[in-house]
Design a protein around this ligand. Sequence first.
Ligand SMILES: *[C@@H]1O[C@H](CO)[C@@H](O)[C@H](O)[C@H]1NC(C)=O
Ligand SMILES: *[C@@H]1O[C@H](CO)[C@@H](O)[C@H](O)[C@H]1NC(C)=O
Ligand SMILES: *[C@@H]1O[C@H](CO)[C@@H](O)[C@H](O)[C@H]1NC(C)=O
Length: 291
Amino acid sequence: MRFLTVLFFCASSALLFAEEEPHTTVETIYETVTRTIVREVTDPIQSDAATVVIVESSTVPATTTVAPITVVYGTAEPGGVMVAGSNITEITGPLRMCSCDEASVCRKESANELNTCFESCNANTKDFGDNTESYLECFTKNNATIIEAEECVSSGMKNYCTVENDTKFIKNNDWKALTGFDYASDAKKEIKDNYLWKTYEPKYAKLQNFFYCTRHCIHNKMNQCTKAKGCGVRMPNHEEFVSTMRSCTKKNNKIAQATMATCQCLAWQKGVTDLRGSCVYMGNNYYVDKA
Ligand SMILES: *[C@@H]1O[C@H](CO)[C@@H](O)[C@H](O)[C@H]1NC(C)=O
Ligand SMILES: *[C@@H]1O[C@H](CO)[C@@H](O)[C@H](O)[C@H]1NC(C)=O
Ligand SMILES: *[C@@H]1O[C@H](CO)[C@@H](O)[C@H](O)[C@H]1NC(C)=O
């Protein structure tokens, strides 16, 4: 891990200590303040180190009379001058939040990788049989299974990018956790003990595992794209994201129909006999909504 040459300065030290002697160095801040939250600043995701400014705010314990201090870290400018960001409205971490323009470009780019993602997840279709190459067509032909689910995920994300001229800094996302989980059924009471559902649920889960792999792949592409732009979008925490992914697997007629069509294509055109007779359940709104 590469650490930045870290420069500190207290933006408002003159103001903070106006009543006392003026303090200008970070050492004097340490003397006055018993607890500053100064984290190691790792090399941020960035495309241009010279222009990145990382800002972190630290709160002074209530027992002291000193006002909160904002410590501004920055990479060394070529000329040795530290430039504090202007119009910084929120500081909660080292990663610059993408503008909504940047985020939208990356969303489009990652969505266009759908077929690449279907292909890269194709190893999962071994679960259906040996003709894995031929199965792919069933998924690409019925891509609403992914497209609709992904639109649902992104439409539910609020405040994940910044509007023009509004610079925010966010925590790094844990992409490993956000893209590393499998589909898990959470069947509602009405179908949980239903004989038919119990029989077909494992097959439904196999399809969903493939869909999840593909969706994680698209999310990883999104992360790569924003990373290349030196920014990140604000993602929900792991639990929230898991639940969003799950709810965006259902409650949509197009998803249910595309799931059924995928299943029928596999069962009848690609010879996955195991799926014959089950597609009507795994593509049925009644079951999908409650799965
Ligand atoms: C800060 O934002 C305001 C409007 O939001 C703009 O007028 C001003 O020029 C910006 N300041 C800087 C230094 O970018
Ligand atoms: C989804 O499938 C439709 C119809 O086959 C196709 O026109 C479209 O380009 C596909 N979308 C993506 C993102 O691959
Ligand atoms: C954002 O900043 C640019 C240049 O600094 C300015 O031209 C533009 O009007 C600003 N937009 C808003 C919404 O403040």
